[in-house]
Design a protein around this ligand. Structure first.
Ligand SMILES: [Zn+2]
Ligand SMILES: [Zn+2]
Length: 242
């Protein structure tokens, strides 16, 4: 090895860029000044912990879940969405610790009174892994467990191949798509776990995974994610195309 650390070699090759707009920024920062200011941080005083949405768009009356609570680091829109996609799609893997820290902070803020025994993550399909070239969710889940000082039970949940894609399907379709998609291979005598997925919209995937974990012996499941997709309340007379 030369005297140069791995990190400094990387930063010479790739100057530090804002996760949202690609402007060159000081090393150690994630956002430029502007993007850091406009990014939509969540006010957890107005957070519905049951459905993982801001209270004004809470959907608890429509649906109940098997998990006991859910929190996200950001709402899936604007600067936060751009930043996360530059990690996940743009493969800026160096952003994983940042998103892990944001998810950990969300967990500490909302579930600070709870003791968790382990972190488990929703697995990626093999085709997704091949397409993206890295385990984007697993990387953040590992970082999250490090920060929270919990064991990360990698590979506890498994995914079957050949289920249709979830993207842009209705809630009923999503529910059908994920049913039976995930499974566990061993008995888990664990009281309370933190289940991680990177993005949730209907929570159908997290709910299905929570069911499997309960079957396997987990007592209680709480969920954490990077992005919560919040559908805005429909305005009367406006067709938003959905
Ligand atoms: Zn920026
Ligand atoms: Zn709710």
């Amino acid at each position: 090895m030369s005297g140069m650390s791995n990190n400094s070699v990387i930063s010479c090759l790739y100057p530090n860029k804002c996760a949202v707009c690609d402007e060159i920024i000081r090393e150690g920062n994630v956002f430029c000044e502007y993007c850091g200011r406009v990014i939509n941080n969540i006010d957890y005083r107005n957070w519905c912990v049951k459905c993982g949405l801001p209270k004004d768009v809470c959907r608890c009356k429509i649906r109940e879940f098997r998990f006991s609570g859910i929190v996200a680091a950001y709402i899936n829109s604007g600067a936060a969405q751009k930043a996360y996609y530059s990690y996940k799609i743009g493969r800026r893997e160096e952003l994983a610790p940042f998103f892990a820290k944001k998810a950990a902070n969300a967990v500490k803020t909302v579930f600070g009174d709870l003791h968790f025994d382990a972190v488990i993550s929703v697995p990626n399909s093999k085709s997704g892994l091949l397409r993206r070239g890295f385990d984007h969710g697993g990387k953040i889940a590992a970082g999250l467990s490090d920060i929270l000082g919990l064991p990360y039970l990698r590979g506890v949940l498994k995914v079957k191949p050949f289920k249709s894609k979830q993207h842009k399907s209705s809630f009923a379709d999503r529910l059908e798509n994920v049913r039976g998609k995930y499974y566990t291979v061993k008995r888990l005598n664990i009281k309370r776990v933190l289940l991680f997925d990177d993005i949730y919209t209907t929570c159908a995937t997290l709910d299905e995974c929570a069911k499997e974990l309960m079957f396997a012996g987990v007592g209680e499941i709480y969920c954490a994610a990077v992005l919560s997709t919040s559908r805005k309340k429909k305005q009367t007379g406006v067709n938003n195309g959905n």
